[in-house]
Design a protein around this ligand. Sequence first.
Ligand code: AHR
Length: 500
Amino acid sequence: IPVRLTLDPAFRVGPVRRRTFGSFVEHLGRCVYTGIHDPAHPTADADGFRKDVIDLTRELGVSTVRYPGGNFVSGYRWEDGVGPRDQRPARLDLAWHSTEPNTVGVDEFMRWAALAEVEPMMAVNLGTRGVQEALDLLEYCNVRGGTRLSDQRRANGAAEPHDVRMWCLGNEMDGPWQIGHKTAHEYGRLAAETGRAMRMVDPDLELVACGSSGVAIPTFGEWERIVLAEAYEQVDLISAHAYYWEEDGDLGSFLASAVDMDHFVDSVSATADAVRAHKKVDKRIHISFDEWNVWYQHRAESRPPTGHDWPVAPVLLEDRYNVADAVVVGNLLISLLRHTDRVHAASLAQLVNVIAPIMTEPGGRSWKQTIFHPFAQASRYARGDVLQVAVEAPTYETARYGDAALVDAVATRDPETGAVALFAVNRSLTETVTLEVDARALPGLRVVEATTLSNPDHTWSATADDDTSVAPRRNATAAVRDGRLTVEVPPVSWNVVRLG
Ligand code: AHR
């Protein structure tokens, strides 16, 4: 099947933002304990952080890491996690029905972030707590010294401030499952007052208000309108969270998940702009898509323990991803990139073990899931400007999203080097597609490298024993003639063509 694409530098959407390639570390399951932190591991440093996981985080190309939750943050007392470790209390974590030992807290996380070369993005607890505790944490993290909490940080070993720029004002406060769940009015007021006070400490903070935890939640749209009506002046970004999974064997709909993400971003942008028009201000609110991924939420591994069982770091949300999941993750990255004018930050949820690209065995091996590859490639090769790609493709019918294009694509172009990267997915379950890319507006381009991630069995998943036999492989069909690139892409595939 031939599919026509057009690449043109005139189709610039905006810059590639490094913050699009963020991730997320929550105190949940084995993300922190036996994930990034495992003192018994042979590569562990003095803090107990696994060097192999730090190396994989760097290879993944992660820019920011959101911390410490997630649902966890809505019951978290950050003070429990600082100071001498032998004096830190164990607490109930109500969100995940676990015991939080508080071995890792803010200072450890900041040391880990420095080693992993990622920017920390902190969330404050607006579930069980409020303005004062958010200010306390900000003082502890960002004030140079000479106050009780900043001096406490210094005494705890961090002479320099952590200088956290991006702060989430709570987590998923629209969700009835959230500890301290609020109405949009209640939350909007609290976010506004917390933001106002935090800006009295530091006017340049970048603040993220909670948006919706999914498009299917009944308050979607109205939540954003009310929250922004209350907090427009005090925040810079509004969050979006979306998880996708293959349901009832409907792979066609699942592969079209990016249609839903496009709709999510477009709807929140329109709502934010409607509030802007009503307020008659110049400032625009952008989107922090700070939780997104494939997540099989209904599987047993996603259910927390119950009753008197409050384990430390139980196995939770440890989804095993197959090739189709990786293609969807790649397509979601295409959606985030093409919205770079509105999506100014994003976080793949999560980083290690919990719905994660990186898996670990306690004290043992670490390995890459299939979803590692599209993220690492997009982070490494997306440079310069994002270019909208015009796609003329046949459509197929999906039960969830109506007619969806067989192919989706986006490109980036570095204006300094001229290097172009084309990212494309083939959503067909059965057909190889020939991409015919008109690149005459970018003369002189040649193929630098073309790779494809696919497998005749799209249900193939990596394991600790084999995480390499299905990975992006050279696609030898790519060729440029007379300014036109052609490349054959197999069914259910993620493809990267680099031109230069
Ligand atoms: O990422 C897993 C969970 O999903 C987070 O804790 C929560 O914010 C969301 O519902």
